[in-house]
Ligand binder design. Structure first.
Ligand code: PLP
Length: 464
């Protein structure tokens, strides 16, 4: 199995090299050269199996010879051991023909745990085999950083440094990053905002001497291995609802397009997904792009669903690559235009292809709050603001077909207690395994918004 870049100019890589590289050298994103197919019989044979067994069968064909079967099974088992629900991704019914796929039973209570936990295990296995050590550095506005720390804590061939804006993440999010006590975990509170964190991160990656010296690696949402892990729950949900014999629809709260892109791969593998619905908050570049045909950046307006507050949607490049008939040159030109002018027009044929696969909708702040309240009133389910964006957009489309609609619930309501309490009058409690979060000691280094100081700190704190 080979991986190719969406911009057509980078060398083809194996699965593990694409995972370690993250971004391709031509600035593109890695995608599999061919998407493996699952037959009707193979999909039917997933019925009644555990999440881990399904994961093994879905993921295996993408890996080439990076892991043998027994090793892969062990990695998958360890990646899901920290989940608090036996089903890993349970389905609950929200209303007539409408289901919620709960993706928040992992260690940091958001769906990013599915990808991070598996990628942590895969990184460690590959590095240990090669006798290499790397330094993962990430910037976060909240969820990604805690998921990365939780996934890499205690792994012997990895140091993980996470930059977050001092004073600008929620207390739950901060404590999830500052309370793990393993010596390879380094939470850094930067004096600046999230943009400053991202800018310093970019600076570190652009300093090639530093990058080689410390073995810098990234695990942001463009990493193919993260997309791969997310394909699995589309299969478990669809099979539970009758696939391969009955088609299913999915509504996905979307920011960087990693989660919903995984759904499109599941569909190309043969899973009968009738429709994938992109649900955005008021930062609606994706919704506008598919409505108008013009992909155009605007400033970010902070919302109560902050993990979807994006200006550009980085994984959309993969969807564009598929929609242009996998023309790397065309994608490279559109991305260059975006860099220069902040916009590009989606070529007509590609737009048609995108519209055939994806429907879109948006929810503004009032609609999001109203949906949290209304969902609670109608079903007793307490949902987080991100999930509410998905539920609102899904409901508007429910009547369009008899295929069951599955909305992805991307975070636990207790991660966003203020917004949820305001809408429902109920303050959602943290689950038992996290109940003592506010008593655990914190460990964090305050850092200035300064590249040289940050590099000195990474050199000094990393193990080796
Ligand atoms: C990251 C995140 C999203 C958006 O997912 P993408 O893969 O970036 O589209 C939605 N909800 C929550 C809670 C998240 O953490």
């Amino acid at each position: 199995m080979k991986y190719i870049s969406t911009r057509g100019q980078a060398p083809e890589l194996s699965f593990e090299d694409a995972m370690l590289a993250g971004l391709a050298r031509d600035g593109g994103l890695y995608v599999p050269a061919e998407v493996p197919q699952m037959s009707t019989a193979e999909i039917a044979a997933l019925a009644g199996r555990s999440y881990e067994e399904t994961a093994f069968r879905v993921i295996r064909p993408f890996l080439g010879d990076s892991f043998d079967d027994e090793q892969l099974k062990a990695l998958i088992a360890r990646a899901h051991a920290g989940f608090s629900h036996e089903a890993r991704a349970p389905l609950v019914q929200l209303g007539a023909n409408h289901f919620l796929l709960e993706l928040f039973h992992g260690p940091t209570l958001a769906f990013k745990d599915f990808a991070m936990q598996l990628i942590g295990q895969m990184f460690q296995a590959v590095l240990a085999r090669r006798g290499e050590r790397i330094t993962i550095v990430g910037a976060t506005s909240g969820d990604t950083g805690s998921a990365a720390i939780e996934a890499f804590r205690g792994l012997s061939n990895v140091d993980v440094f996470i930059l977050f804006p001092h004073g600008r993440v929620s207390e739950v999010q901060r404590r999830q990053m500052t309370t793990p006590d393993e010596s390879n975990v380094h939470a850094l509170a930067l004096d600046g905002d999230f943009d400053a964190c991202q800018a310093r991160l970019k600076d570190m990656f652009n300093d090639h001497a530093f990058r080689d010296e410390v073995g810098l690696a990234g695990v942001n949402s463009i990493n193919w291995a993260r997309v791969l892990a997310q394909i699995v729950y589309y299969f478990t949900a669809a099979v539970t609802l009758g696939a391969p014999y009955r088609p299913v629809r999915f509504a996905v709260p979307t920011g960087n397009f990693g989660d919903i892109y995984a759904g499109s791969i599941a569909r190309r593998m043969g899973l009968p997904i009738e429709q994938l619905v992109i649900a955005t908050n008021q930062n609606d570049i994706l919704h506008r792009a598919l409505e108008t045909g013009v992909y155009e950046t605007r400033g970010v307006i902070p919302s109560i669903s902050p993990s979807m507050d994006i200006q550009v949607s980085s994984n959309f490049e993969r969807a564009l690559f598929d929609a242009t008939g996998r023309e790397g040159g065309a994608v490279a030109r559109l991305m260059a235009e975006l860099g220069e002018t902040g916009r590009f027009a989606i070529p007509q044929e590609a737009l048609g292809n995108l519209r055939a696969l994806y429907a879109t909708g948006r929810a503004d702040e009032d609609e999001t709050r109203a949906t949290i309240a209304d969902t609670f009133a109608r079903s007793g389910q307490v949902i987080c603001p991100h999930s509410a964006v998905g539920v609102k957009v899904a409901r508007a489309r429910l009547a369009g077909s008899r295929a069951p609609m599955v909305t992805l619930a991307t975070a636990h309501p207790a991660k966003f207690p203020d917004a949820v309490e305001k809408a429902t009058g109920i303050r959602p409690a943290l689950p038992p395994q996290m109940a003592d979060l506010f008593e655990r000691p914190e460990r964090v280094t305050r850092v200035p918004d300064d590249l040289a100081a940050l590099q000195a700190l990474v050199r000094e704190q990393r193990g080796g």
